[in-house]
Design a protein around this ligand. Sequence first.
Ligand code: NI
Length: 138
Amino acid sequence: MGQLSRIGVAIDSGLLGKFDRLIESRGYTNRSEAFRDLIRDELVETFWQNPDSSVVGTVTLVYDHHVRLLSEKLTDIQHDFHHHILSTLHVHLDHDHCLEVLVVRGKAAAVKKIADTLISTKGVAHGRLTITTTGAEL
Ligand code: NI
């Protein structure tokens, strides 16, 4: 952490009350850390807007492995992007459904393409790209 700067923020009392209730429900014990996290979240989002940014994230997929050739297709796609996929976790959720979590790393454009390709594959019930940071830019 760098040098600390103190700032004063004027904010509508009603809005501040809502913010306090929100952050309390999320477990924050003070506003400063909640503000810092909001700022970091926006910075990470903005960082990802640049296709050339070096990023890390996770892709979460839920699918029915009985869908014909779906598992093979998802594996083929992952092999196509093997340089960007650091690790995968596969959980057999129930008799039909699988959950996969992929840790991905690379340029933002490439990582988004991997996520879009996997999530848009027919038979994937739900998918999400979680964007995060290596921490270096914060
Ligand atoms: Ni499975």
